[in-house]
Design a protein around this ligand. Structure first.
Ligand code: ATP
Length: 436
């Protein structure tokens, strides 16, 4: 495997070498594992290094973070840590472990183990490849489950027949890898997956664990493909009894994908978008508000996440009507959209059939959003306007004028306020405030 490693970008290769050296100094053995090795063989770019350490993963991670002056987050209870070098370059480090499932669908009992034990607990053969990185055996491949030939034959294969019973979240993982890489789920794996579905194993585990896997699925580039396959193999009733991928929902999800791509192509440098949240709301779009609320509660989505999802369902009809009006002023579009999250606006854009609504939302992203005025309180004071709550009203008027293209420069903003003052508008604002 050395030649595969040598083809990596310099930055990654030297990080791997340093990791191997540090493990050696501490008397540990370290290995590249899981998705990173799978993607290395597939020739797919991956900057998330998974490192398994025979020894103490946390101690290793701390030494590495110190050497590289990098950020570290450790989870002592799990013997895992994440070392982040740059936003796009991180190492997930774990102490090698042995797991067994006392009951189907339960959480596994975890003990320290060797690298071989660590491989037995994994989901699919494609994720069981290991590359040693200590100096004395750098680049040596360990392939206990013929993972490499499955990767090359593009097959998702479980390690043992009870795999989906032990951990039904693997049903979602199988579908995710199949669709991401255009693999096949090999026949015995498919048979066992269907057996687990029949046994209703997806209803037997903690919803939070399903939620985490569902989010990973929705973070894929084109999650619709995976969702369709998931429905085909397992149905979606484990999310909600009435949930189906109807033609309408599929069309809407397709439109969400287009809008997320549009946003990412234009604005991803400036602003992160939780695309998974857009897709989740899209998936649930055929359900009524109460059912969506129940899904948010059962899967224990975070408050801010549930708020964004529900906001779409609460506001979509009303906002789409308003945004579709021809001749809407930029300031009106701004005040309609500015309080919303970007995820909700992208969902509205995906749902909008009306040309004006589309143009209004595009203009919001391109031009109106982030518009700010120059004037501050001391400028108003300088114009002889006594401070008070009416300042907010004045600022809003200036902002509207700016959005509508009536003022541009500081001087024009000042002149605009002078006109408001001369016309008695400022005095009226003051009176309105004092009357409550
Ligand atoms: P991705 O490219 O999506 O990050 P990954 O293979 O790195 O893929 P993770 O979800 O980050 O996937 O998991 C890391 C590794 O941990 C996997 O390669 C797999 O071997 C193992 N793993 C994760 N979840 C499970 C599970 N439910 N059962 C068994 N092994 C798992």
């Amino acid at each position: 495997m050395e030649k595969h490693l040598k083809r990596l970008p310099e930055e990654l290769l030297s990080l791997i070498c340093v990791s191997g050296d540090i493990a050696g100094h501490l008397g540990f053995r370290a290995y590249l594992v899981g998705g990173f090795v799978r993607d290395l063989i597939l020739g797919v770019k991956n900057f998330d290094l998974d490192i398994a350490v025979e020894g103490d993963g946390i101690l290793f991670a701390e030494a590495l973070a110190e050497k590289l002056n990098a950020k570290i987050i450790s989870h002592k209870r799990f013997g895992t840590a994440t070392v982040t070098l740059k936003p796009h370059l991180k190492l997930d480090i774990a102490t090698t472990r042995k797991e067994f499932y006392p009951e189907p669908g339960s959480l596994p009992v975890v003990n320290k183990g060797s690298i071989k034990d660590d491989l037995f607990r994994r989901d699919f053969t494609i994720n069981t490849l290991v590359i040693a990185i200590n100096k004395d055996n750098f680049g040596q491949l360990m392939d206990l489950f013929k993972g490499k030939s499955d990767i090359l034959a593009r097959k998702v294969r479980i390690l043992h027949n009870l795999s989906f019973i032990d951990d039904p979240t693997r049903i979602l993982r199988a579908v995710r890898f199949q669709k991401r890489y255009d693999f096949q789920i090999e026949p015995n794996t498919l048979k066992r997956l269907k057996e687990a579905v029949k046994l209703k194993m997806l209803f037997a585990i903690e919803p939070q664990r399903l939620r985490d896997e569902l989010i990973l699925m929705l973070k894929e580039n084109e999650p619709l493909r995976a969702l369709k396959r998931l429905e085909e193999l397992a149905g979606l009733s484990f999310i909600n009894p009435d949930l189906k991928l109807s033609g309408k929902t599929e069309k809407f999800l397709g439109s969400c994908q287009d809008q997320v791509k549009w946003f990412k192509s234009k604005f991803s440098q400036h602003r992160h978008l939780d695309s998974w949240l857009v897709y989740l709301a899209g998936l649930l779009s055929g359900l009524d508000l109460e059912a969506v609320r129940a899904v948010c509660e059962r899967f224990v989505f975070r408050k801010g996440e549930a708020k964004r999802i529900l906001e779409f369902f609460l506001l979509r009809d009303k906002l789409l009507v308003k945004l579709s009006l021809p001749g809407l002023r930029p300031s009106s579009v701004f005040h309609l959209l500015e309080p919303l999250s970007y995820e909700v606006i992208i969902l509205l854009k995906a749902a909008a059939a009306n040309k004006f609504a589309h143009v209004n939302m595009e203009n919001f992203f391109h031009a109106y959003n982030g518009t700010a005025i120059y004037l501050r309180g001391h400028d108003l004071k300088g114009l002889g306007i006594a401070p008070g709550p009416h300042y907010q009203k004045i600022f809003r008027r200036v902002l509207n004028a700016k959005l509508n293209g009536k003022v541009k420069t500081v001087q024009e903003e000042l002149d605009f306020v002078k006109k408001l003052k001369n016309a008695g508008t400022v005095a009226r604002f003051g009176k309105e405030n004092s009357n409550g």
